[in-house]
Design a protein around this ligand. Structure first.
Ligand code: NCD
Length: 301
């Protein structure tokens, strides 16, 4: 297997690499169940986190993953940095590199920013979300959660509902599903389906009931209001009336996922907060193991 140099998108990963990452995550998941929760395989390494967009889960779990592996973590925050004085992103990264950094994790509003840095830095770069493009570790942890729950992925049907147009999570899943044998269904109002997606071979629904019926799992996506100019249909109330996932949509054996943050009352009905088939917090737990796997594979694999 060729050594993994960067993690920029699921598009670049082979099925073999994806399975290797799941298996590594299994090992780290076991470590996280032990009292010490540490596998100090990256002692002496330093990971820099460059987050230019807000984040709770992704940033904290990358930080925790690096620390559980014994690495040092450098947290860069754009606010208060020399970017305000006109320093470029590349200069910023090169200066941080000069302090002795072994890997960068970057989230940025610009599509392709992680690729841009990866071409110019001599160390691994991990894309933690580039604009509306990809968010590979999220798709890995979502599918890892299904793999842990069902024991396999091959042949499962996953329905993704929500803002397909602006979600980087959706695009990463489009690349991931065929590589692991997941059947993907997509559901959104027409205004939130990128026109080219109709030609990709995935069934596209505009009706929540039919999209969910018979599926093994459901991944609900947040309305990316910060990236939308207007509501996807006439009003937000209208959107919620027709596209919100509610308790009556779900049967007890169907698994509910959401990458977070959730806008309760928009894409998900608040009564689902305590839903027994929700694996939403498991996704967060598994995010640490997946990110440990990615850091380990890039720095030691
Ligand atoms: C996602 C993201 O940032 O793309 N969240 C996450 O990483 N946990 C999804 C979202 O913001 O809706």
């Amino acid at each position: 297997m060729p050594k993994l140099k960067h993690l920029l998108g699921i598009r670049d990963l082979s099925a073999e690499t994806i399975h290797m990452l799941y298996e590594l995550a299994d090992r780290f998941y076991e470590v996280l169940q032990q009292p010490t929760r540490k596998a100090p395989a990256l002692t002496g390494s330093t990971v820099a986190l460059l987050f230019f967009e807000s984040s709770t889960r992704t940033k904290l779990s990358f930080e925790l993953a690096a620390k559980r592996l014994g690495a040092d973590v450098l947290n860069f925050s754009a606010a208060g940095s020399s970017l305000a004085k006109g320093e470029t992103l590349l200069d910023t990264a090169l200066n941080i590199l000069a302090m002795g950094v072994d890997a960068f994790v970057i989230r940025h509003q610009g599509v392709g920013t992680a690729h841009f840095l990866a071409q110019r830095l001599p160390v691994p770069v991990i894309n933690a979300g580039d604009g509306t493009h990809e968010h590979p570790t999220q798709a890995l942890l979502d599918t890892y959660t299904l793999r842990r729950y069902f024991g396999y992925l091959q042949g499962l049907t996953l329905t993704i509902i929500g803002d397909l147009f602006h979600s980087r999570v959706a695009l990463s899943h489009l690349h991931l599903a065929p590589k692991v044998g997941l059947h993907l269904r997509l559901c959104a109002p027409p205004s939130l389906v990128p026109p080219t997606w109709y030609n990709l071979g995935f069934p596209i629904y505009h009706n929540v009931d039919s999209a969910i019926r018979g599926a093994d799992a459901l991944l609900v996506l947040r309305m990316q209001k910060e990236r939308q100019k207007q509501p996807p249909i006439a009003s937000w109330e209208e959107y919620a009336r027709h596209y919100q996932v509610r308790p009556e949509h779900l049967s007890p054996h169907q698994v509910l996922l959401h990458p977070g943050p959730i806008n309760w009352g928009v894409e998900l009905h608040p009564a689902l907060i305590q839903a027994p088939n929700s694996r939403i917090l498991d996704q967060v737990t598994h995010g640490v193991a997946i990110r440990m796997a990615v850091l380990y594979a890039l720095l030691r694999g």
